[in-house]
Design a protein around this ligand. Sequence first.
Ligand code: PLP
Length: 362
Amino acid sequence: MSQILIRHLFGPGPTNPYPEATEALARPLLGHLDPQFLEIMDSACDGLRAVWGTENRRTLPLSATGSAGMEAAFVNFVNPGDPVVIAVNGLFGERMCDVACRCGADVIRVDFPFGEAVDAEKVAAAHPSPKIIAAVHAETSTGVRSDIAALGRIKGDALLLVDAVTSIGGIELKADEWGIDIGYAGTQKCLGVAPGLAPFTVSERAWQRRVEKPRSWYLDLDMLGGYVGEASGSSRTYHHTAPVAMVASLEAGLRRVLDEGLDAVRERHEAAGRALQDGVEAMGLELFAAQGHRLPELTTVKVPEGVDSAAVRRELLEKYDIEIGAGVKECANTVWRIGLMGPNAAPESVTLILGALREVLG
Ligand code: PLP
């Protein structure tokens, strides 16, 4: 077997996990209906309510990655022909359109330039009475934060569906206060846990308007509710074999985050991101995301003229064990994405990546 490398995961995710989350993966395995495991699951759901900023009873980790969270969000709430307004300012908004379309939605796509935030007024003007308004809180493809509270203010009777994959546990997220009805996230970014689960939350208001029989068996939230989210104690029934080690890891990661305190964790992400962005600009490089809407946890940097983007990433990986991401789509060769998430949102990581970049760029 080749040597196991320890990489600094400074890309768009996954990030390096918190040690507590890694340690939990190595614990002796429990059965998925073992009372001890069910306590861990309940604790994970409580932790998820805290990081979502919600009291929603139906808050649970789906057994799959963030994209399955996206599928679950649409397949459980879209009936064929339902008007669904989707704000698109990057790759993940585009993915939402594809997923919603496959569920039979009448998709009304509202485009914004990549690198800019979503404008709530423009979204509101797109359709008089959509069933759903959907947007990405933190666009990982561009490094941009959109104002979800503003969408909550204009949503009217619509359900507000939000992708919080890269925002959860890193920047402010207040599902109840902002009016988020359906939310999905991921574990591998600011929560500092390996990829594999999709934290999900649904308001009572959305629940009343769910699809009676969703076209997905695995992601049918009503059926899942018999095991997690609604059921508790011995009333739980088997739906699928929960990935017990991953749930234990998520629970440990959430406890780590909540012990530090959500505000402190967010301030740590903010400080690391701003220090990185200041440092990058001090090197004479330009940032890609629009000023005032930049995510601290994911910095997008314009590749300087004449520099081979892929060669720089390769050298960072081979010489320094540092992974950063390329841009996406039309920005594939012109933008780098540098993530400082979870335990990597720290001054040491800022020093490391800035020092390595300086050396590689000469
Ligand atoms: N949404 C956003 C904003 C993301 O950044 C990602 C992944 O990077 C996804 C959705 C999809 O999540 P996953 O790759 O875990 O399926």
